[in-house]
Design a protein around this ligand. Structure first.
Ligand code: FES
Length: 109
């Protein structure tokens, strides 16, 4: 069961996102990746589960962001690890869009 006590918080303006171009934002002292993909907005933790690397603002390969350290790929829609050396998903956060505001609800697990 997913426990979650976080509220939705402002992450960025929808109009500031470029399609398929992940951007990093800080929410509650955590860094997240927000990406506009096929007219939907997704958000994952900016944390590679292989060895704690960050994704930065790398481009997407399909629906995946690539960790610049050792090449693990994560699906930005779900956080799922798609190739070695990562085997565990990174956190995927809830997103809601209100007008031009992108709001994110952080998960802890
Ligand atoms: S830290 Fe990301 S692939 Fe190793």
């Amino acid at each position: 069961m997913v426990s979650n006590t976080h509220q939705f918080q402002f992450a960025c303006k929808l109009s500031s996102l470029q399609p398929n171009q992940p951007q990093t934002f800080e929410i509650e002292d955590r860094f997240v990746i927000v990406v506009l993909l096929n007219d939907q907005v997704f958000c994952i933790e900016d944390l590679c589960t292989h060895d704690g690397g960050t994704f930065g603002d790398n481009k997407l390969e399909g629906s995946c962001i690539v960790c610049p350290r050792h090449g693990a790929k994560f699906d930005v829609r779900t956080g799922a690890a798609m190739c070695m050396p990562a085997t565990e998903a990174t956190l995927s956060h809830m997103v809601k869009v209100e007008g031009d505001d992108v709001l994110v609800q952080l998960r802890d697990n």
